[in-house]
Design a protein around this ligand. Structure first.
Ligand code: SF4
Length: 63
């Protein structure tokens, strides 16, 4: 599973990182970067919660 970020949609809310601190990091302005591609074993639920938390649908899961 991969967690993919469309950075053009990211508005820097930071909600994704609360759900998956090991998968996403925020820069100093709150914009996200996915740091774990592919999602490590056992991280699928966190990745799903992370994607669902984004109010701008900037994060998508790919199997
Ligand atoms: S929740 Fe969405 S908009 Fe906010 S930082 Fe994460 S990816 Fe960007």
């Amino acid at each position: 599973m991969k967690l993919l970020l469309d950075s053009t949609r990211c508005q820097g809310y930071g909600l994704c990182q609360e759900h998956a601190p090991g998968l996403v990091e925020l820069d100093e302005w709150g914009y996200a970067t996915v740091v774990a591609v592919p999602v490590p074993d056992g991280g699928e639920n966190a990745a799903r919660a992370c994607a669902e938390a984004c109010p701008n649908s900037a994060l998508q899961l790919e199997k």
